[in-house]
Structure formats: structure tokens, C-alpha cells
Design a protein around this ligand. Structure first.
Ligand code: GLN
Length: 307
């Protein structure tokens, strides 16, 4: 562990959150996620120089859920570039992550790639681009993370599929509106797999480091996205990463980030670091209660935000 004011701040923020009472509920609508021990808390920060600071359950695997939508988007965006935005928008929706409300009036173009409707369209884009989309996306994520042990969790994917009626409704609705080109069942299977990816905070912070590094892979120096594309992904995370709590996250934390209903949050401080936190209890918007508090405390202690 490297000692610096930053590592002190990570420890102090971790201790503050660990010592204050938790709040919220597990994502029980996915049966498998209801079985997770809710009291866990892990944090990991990886800096662009490769140094890493961790605390608590930073090595434990958890379901990253919607956080993987960012990686999916990057996978499509590096091939399609501006064409991506013909099928999905970049505006905050102001609605819940699984809402169907705006789709009909928006002619089937989801407001952004991080609500479920948007991610389903990006799944469809990727399925049209890659003949073995499941395996090819996983290989891309393993490469970003420098970790070939990352996998989908069949238990979590199956668990969500059994109760995923709203996602099925969204997918078929998109098909009826003409913004889905593949078989909806194939898109849904890919989507449930995507959401089931497991990582630790350690790995998650490493995986997102290229977004803090101008789109460049931190260890092999390959350009994953152009600097401009990385800026745009960070912009969409900033404005849409927390659904109808994106304004609140910007207000309290001030970093681009993305949450998932597994209780993970990853945030990016451009040119410096990526930081991941995991605590399974969620607030009423589906974002980790202690995760938000940790990041708010961290950016308050360091004064480091994009604003
Ligand atoms: N798999 C979850 C769903 O589709 C993802 C939601 C999330 O993490 N916000 O409902």
C-alpha cells in the first residue's frame, strides 16, 4: 500500500462509512441477489500510475449488474463510433432504470444507453456486429481488466431471466417500435448474461482505469477508445449513470460514475484514478446507500472532483 494523502482519504472515508449505520434494501427482485450478505463493504482505488489502495471486502466477487452496461457501450462504440447515437440517445431520462414510459413518444429511441431500454438496444448493436457476442464481449472485458478469470454467472443470469418480465416487455416493445434487429429472446439472453458478470472492487477499479487515462489501456498502452470517445463515455456516465439520481450523484460526489443493483459503484477521476465501492444495500433509486456515502466522503476529503 502506498501512503499518500489520497490513501489516507480512502481509509478515512472507508472508516467513516463503516462506522455509520447502513440503510436500504437488497435487490430482492432478482432472487439470487437476495441471498447476498448485506453487511459487506469493499473499496478499491487504482491510480493511472498503477498504484492501488484498498479497504474492507475489496477482493470479494459481486454481481456488477448495470455497471457492465458501460463496458458493453465501449465495445460497440469503438466499432460504430457516431453511428451508435443513431439508435440510442445521450440525455438523462429522469425515470427509473427499468421504465417503459418514454419509449413510445420517443419512437423507440431510448434516452440513454444506461437505462435498461438503452442497454437492450446496445446489446442488439453488439449482436449484429459480433458473431460470438457473449464470448467476444467477455474477452474484451478480460483484456481491459488484465484478468482472464472474469466470467458470467449462469446462476444470476438464470435467476434474473426467470423473473425478468419487465425487461422482456421492454425488449418486445423495442422490437415493435423497430429499434431491435435481432430475435428479442437472443437479445434478452445476452442482456441477462451481461448483467451477471462478477468482479471484485479491485478488478472493477482496474477495468475502468482506461476511462481515467484518455481511453488508453493502462498497462499495454493500446488505445481502447479515442480521447474524444472516452470523454463522451465519461459525460454520459456523469449525466445518466445513476438514472433518476444522476443529478444527486453529481451534486454529492462530482465524478462520472455508474452503479448497479448488486450494490457496486465505479467512478472516474479523469487523468488520475478509477475508484470502486461495493455495499449491497440500495436506496430507493437502486443505488448503493453506503457506496454513495463513501464517494461523497472521499471527494469531500480530497477536494478532487470534475467540478
Ligand atoms: N439486471 C438489472 C435489471 O435489468 C440491472 C439493473 C441495474 O443494475 N440498475 O433490472
Amino acid at each position: 500500500m502506498v501512503y499518500s494523502p489520497l490513501s489516507d482519504a480512502v481509509m478515512q472515508a472507508y472508516n467513516t462509512v463503516f462506522e455509520t449505520p447502513d440503510s436500504g434494501l437488497l435487490a430482492t427482485y432478482i432472487p439470487k441477489l437476495a441471498t447476498v450478505d448485506p453487511n459487506q463493504l469493499g473499496v478499491a482505488l487504482t491510480a493511472v500510475d498503477g498504484s492501488q489502495m484498498t479497504a474492507g471486502d475489496s477482493d470479494k466477487l459481486f454481481s456488477i449488474q448495470s455497471i457492465s452496461k458501460v463496458l458493453l457501450l465501449c465495445f460497440a462504440y469503438r466499432q460504430l463510433d457516431a453511428k451508435t447515437w443513431e439508435r440510442v440517445g445521450v440525455e438523462p431520462s429522469g425515470t427509473a432504470f427499468n421504465s417503459l414510459l418514454q419509449l413510445e413518444s420517443d419512437a423507440g429511441i431510448p434516452r440513454n444507453p444506461f437505462i435498461n431500454a438503452g442497454a437492450l438496444v446496445v446489446c442488439d448493436l453488439v449482436l449484429s456486429l459480433y458473431p460470438h457476442a457473449d464470448a467476444q464481449l467477455l474477452a474484451f472485458i478480460q483484456w481491459l481488466a488484465d484478468d482472464d478469470t472474469i466470467t458470467y454467472s449462469p446462476e444470476i443470469a438464470t435467476s434474473e431471466k426467470q423473473v425478468g418480465h419487465r425487461n422482456k416487455a421492454l425488449c418486445y416493445f423495442l422490437k415493435s417500435l423497430g429499434n431491435l434487429h435481432n430475435d428479442p429472446e437472443v437479445v434478452l439472453d445476452f442482456y441477462f448474461n451481461l448483467c451477471s458478470i462478477e468482479m471484485s472492487c479491485n478488478t472493477l477499479s482496474r477495468t475502468f482505469l482506461f476511462l481515467a487515462n484518455g481511453g488508453q489501456h493502462p498497462t499495454d498502452n493500446k488505445q481502447i477508445l479515442t480521447t474524444s470517445q472516452a470523454k463522451r463515455i465519461n459525460a454520459v456516465m456523469q449525466t445518466c449513470g445513476f438514472y433518476d439520481e444522476s443529478g444527486e450523484f453529481a451534486f454529492r460526489v462530482g465524478l462520472p460514475g455508474k452503479s448497479g443493483v448488486g450494490g457496486g459503484i465505479v467512478a472516474v477521476y479523469p487523468k488520475r484514478y478509477a475508484v470502486a465501492v461495493w455495499s449491497p444495500r440500495l436506496n430507493e433509486k437502486g443505488n448503493s446507500y453506503r457506496g454513495m456515502r463513501f464517494l461523497e466522503t472521499l471527494t469531500s476529503l480530497t477536494g478532487q472532483s470534475v467540478f
